[in-house]
Ligand binder design. Structure first.
Ligand code: PLP
Length: 461
C-alpha cells in the first residue's frame, strides 16, 4: 500500500523520500553548467522523454520520484542562478519552500472551516495585515469607521486583476475599463472573460500612463469607468503617476484599480515605499508575492480598501457553509475566492513575513534595486552597450550598441539555446531591448559583469 504524507506515520515516511528529492535536485542541477539546459527545445524535450519513458505504465516504478525530479531539475531554468534574469520569476526563499511542503502534507483546503480550522484563521489574520500594508490610514481608522481593508489570496496577478474587474462590474454594472498601453495583458483578457466592453487605451509615451490623456478620456467617456494603473510594468518596471491618476479618478468619479503585481513589493522597503505614494487611494490593488516577495508560485493577493466591496463574492453551498453552521460560529470561507478547493498559500507567506520581518524583507527589496542601479551604471559606462534608462525597481533594459533588432533577438536566443543566460525581451520606443529583471538578492557585481561580457561575446561585431 502506498504510504501517506499526513497522519502519525507521515513524517517518518516522508523523511527518506525528502532525502531522495534533495539528492535528485542536486544531481539534476549538476548536469547543467548554466541557468538552463543547453540544446534548446528539441534537445531538452528529447532528454525529458527519455527520462520519462511511459508516462503511465501498467506497473509502477519505485524509482520514479528520483528519476523525474532529477530530470526536471536537469531541465530547469533556475531562478537562483545569477544569470537567470528574464522574467518576474523569483528564486523562492528556502524557508517559504519548506513551509509549502508542510502545506502539501497537511493539505488543508480553504473552502470550509472543517477542512482548515487553523489555516483559515492564519489566512484571516495575515491577509488583514497585508491589506494594512497597502491601506495604512484606512486601517488606523478601522476601529472608528466602518471602512476596513481586506485582502484575498489568489493564484497571482492575473486572477487578482480579474477579481478587481469583477468587483467593479458587480458594483457599477457594465463598466468600461480604461488603461494605458503599458498595462498587463491579463486586464484585457479579464474584460473578455467578464463580458465587459473592449478596454479604452490611454497612451503611455514614456512608458507610463499620460495623465493629461487620461483626463481627456475620463471627460469624454460615459461611465461607469474603471481606471487600471500599473505600479511596476512587466516590461520596464515603471510606475504610473499614481497620485495624479488617483486625483483624476476622484474628480471624475471613476473607480481605480492599481496593478502592483511587481511594484507592490516596494511596500516592504522604507527606502522605496515612497515610490508607491497614491497606492492607498485605489479601490483595489493587485500584489504578487511570487515576484518581489520570494515565494514559490502561487502567492497572489488582491487588496480591497473596503471589505464590503467583497460582498458580491458571497456564495452558498449547503455542504460548505450552511446558514445554521455559520450562525453557530463556523467561519464562512466561500466568499474569499472564486475557487472552491484551495491550497493554504498563506502558510509560506506567513512564515516568510514572520521569519524575515519588515527589515529582513525590506533588505531583500533594497538589495535587488541596488543591483539594478549598479548594473545600469555598468551598462551606461560600457562603450559597446546602450542603456534604456535608470531602473525604477529592478528591471534594466539594454542592448548592444549599433545593432539591429534582429541581432538583439538572435543574441538572446543563442544564450538560451546554449544554456548560458536567460534574458528577457521588451519592445520600447519601437526598439527591441534585452531585459534583465533582477530578483536574486545574492547576485554580486561580478555576476552582472559576467552577464554583460557574455552578451558582448555573443554579439557579432
Ligand atoms: C506578472 C504580472 C501580472 C500577472 O501575474 P501572474 O502572477 O503571472 O498571474 C499582472 N500584472 C503585472 C504588472 C505583472 O507584472
Amino acid at each position: 500500500m502506498s504510504p501517506l504524507a499526513s497522519g502519525p506515520q507521515g513524517p517518518t515516511t516522508l523523511r527518506p523520500l525528502l532525502t531522495t528529492v534533495l539528492d535528485a535536485l542536486t544531481a539534476g542541477a549538476a548536469t547543467r553548467d548554466g541557468p538552463l539546459p543547453s540544446g534548446g527545445p528539441t534537445e531538452v524535450a528529447a532528454r525529458l522523454r527519455e527520462a520519462l519513458g511511459a508516462p503511465f505504465p501498467d506497473h509502477g516504478d519505485e524509482d520514479a520520484l528520483r528519476t523525474l525530479v532529477q530530470a526536471v531539475a536537469a531541465g530547469a531554468a533556475d531562478p537562483a542562478d545569477p544569470l537567470c534574469t528574464a522574467h518576474l520569476h523569483c528564486p523562492p526563499l528556502a524557508v517559504a519552500t519548506a513551509a509549502d511542503l508542510a502545506a502539501s502534507v497537511l493539505n488543508p483546503s480553504l473552502d470550509s472551516w472543517d477542512q482548515a480550522p487553523a489555516a483559515s484563521e492564519l489566512e484571516a489574520l495575515v491577509t488583514k495585515a497585508l491589506a494594512a500594508e497597502v491601506y495604512p490610514e484606512v486601517h488606523a481608522e478601522a476601529d472608528r469607521t466602518r471602512t476596513d481593508s481586506e485582502a484575498l489570496v489568489t493564484t497571482g496577478g492575473t486572477e487578482s486583476n480579474q477579481l478587481a474587474l469583477l468587483l467593479a462590474r458587480e458594483h457599477h454594472g457594465h463598466t468600461q475599463l480604461v488603461r494605458a498601453e503599458n498595462a498587463h495583458h491579463s486586464l484585457r483578457r479579464a474584460t473578455w472573460l467578464l463580458g465587459l466592453p473592449e478596454p479604452v487605451t490611454v497612451p503611455a509615451p514614456a512608458g507610463t500612463m499620460d495623465p493629461a490623456a487620461l483626463g481627456e478620456a475620463l471627460t469624454a467617456l460615459p461611465g461607469p469607468l474603471l481606471v487600471a494603473a500599473t505600479a511596476g510594468t512587466t516590461d520596464a518596471g515603471l510606475i504610473d503617476p499614481l497620485p495624479d491618476i488617483a486625483a483624476l479618478c476622484e474628480t471624475h468619479g471613476a473607480r481605480l484599480h492599481i496593478d502592483a503585481a511587481y511594484g507592490g513589493g516596494l511596500l516592504f522597503s522604507d527606502r522605496h515605499r515612497p515610490k508607491l505614494d497614491g497606492l492607498a487611494r485605489a479601490h483595489t490593488v493587485t500584489l504578487d508575492l511570487h515576484k518581489l516577495g520570494w515565494q514559490p508560485v502561487a502567492a497572489g493577493l488582491l487588496a480591497v480598501r473596503d471589505r464590503h466591496d467583497l460582498a458580491p463574492l458571497g456564495h452558498h453551498a449547503d455542504y460548505l457553509n450552511a446558514d445554521d453552521d455559520t450562525e453557530a460560529g463556523l467561519p464562512d470561507l466561500l466568499g474569499r475566492s472564486l475557487r472552491t478547493t484551495r491550497r493554504p498559500d498563506i502558510l509560506k507567506i506567513a512564515v516568510t513575513l514572520k521569519t524575515l520581518g519588515r527589515t529582513g524583507l525590506g533588505a531583500l527589496v533594497d538589495r535587488v534595486c541596488e543591483q539594478a542601479a549598479e548594473f545600469a551604471e555598468l551598462i551606461h559606462r560600457h562603450p559597446r552597450f546602450e542603456l534604456h534608462d535608470r531602473p525604477t525597481i529592478s528591471t534594466v533594459l539594454f542592448r548592444p550598441a549599433d545593432t539591429t533588432d534582429d541581432t538583439v533577438a538572435a543574441v538572446r536566443r543563442t544564450l538560451l539555446t546554449e544554456g548560458r543566460a536567460v534574458l528577457g525581451r521588451a519592445r520600447l520606443d519601437d526598439r527591441l531591448w534585452l531585459k534583465a529583471t533582477l530578483l536574486n538578492p545574492h547576485t554580486g557585481a561580478d555576476d552582472l559583469a559576467a552577464l554583460l561580457k557574455l552578451v558582448e561575446g555573443h554579439t557579432p561585431r
